[in-house]
Design a protein around this ligand. Structure first.
Ligand SMILES: CC(C)(COP(=O)(O)OP(=O)(O)OC[C@H]1O[C@@H](n2cnc3c(N)ncnc32)[C@H](O)[C@@H]1OP(=O)(O)O)[C@@H](O)C(=O)NCCC(=O)NCCS
Length: 176
């Protein structure tokens, strides 16, 4: 398992990870999705010099219960279609969770249909309350993201009020 800061990825590694994401998401991984996955740490399983599994963790700020929380947000979780159901998704998630547990007040992610089973199996919790974003014009509800938002409570971290609103910071593209 390789663990590499975005700053330390070579141009070739960046291109190879992007290719993996394009294949795993069947062409649905946008440039904005890619941008969201940069700036933190990447976990990769490399086979024969090629990344076949990837996840990254980036820092975001979340508003919850009147507090601004340091959130480790998981992005770009993908396993090459020919390598799925062999534990590689679990392997990169396990490393991401270690970084979240040691460095953040909570973890969060937005699950695809395919990702849901992986996150549920690993003890991530579907958010039960409302979701929203702190947009340039103020707090805006994001109803369409309520069902896909998952959180991870960090041992010894901030207790979450699961029926309250979770507000993410603003970004271009999908905010969750
Ligand atoms: C989601 C994804 C990363 C899972 O990777 P993976 O390597 O196949 O997952 P693992 O083999 O580590 O699975 C670990 C556990 O998660 C659950 N799980 C993972 N994929 C599952 C699926 N398709 N159906 C049911 N359970 C699944 C199972 O409990 C599995 O354990 P098991 O195989 O012993 O039953 C992979 O399917 C993928 O890349 N999908 C396309 C891109 C995508 O949607 N990524 C998620 C973005 S949020």
């Amino acid at each position: 398992m390789d663990s590499v800061l975005t700053a330390d990825l070579t141009g070739g590694q960046r291109a190879a990870v992007r290719r993996l994401l394009d294949v795993a998401f069947d062409g649905e991984f946008s440039d904005e999705d890619w941008e969201h996955s940069l700036g933190g740490v990447h976990f990769m399983v490399i086979e024969e010099g090629v990344p076949v599994a990837h996840a990254s963790v980036v820092q975001r700020r979340f508003l919850h219960d009147g507090r601004s929380l340091r959130c480790g947000y998981v992005e770009a979780v993908a396993v090459h279609p020919e390598r799925q159901r062999r534990g590689l998704g679990a392997a990169v998630m396990s490393r991401a969770e270690r970084v979240i547990d040691g460095g953040y007040q909570l973890g969060a992610l937005s699950a695809s249909g395919a990702g849901r089973a992986l996150y549920l199996a690993r003890g991530w919790t579907p958010w039960q309350g409302a979701t929203a974003v702190l947009a340039p014009e103020g707090v805006v509800r994001t109803e369409e993201d309520d069902d896909s938002t998952f959180v991870r409570e960090v041992p010894g971290g901030v207790p979450l009020r699961h029926t309250a609103t979770l507000i993410c910071d603003w970004r271009d593209g999908d905010v969750w």
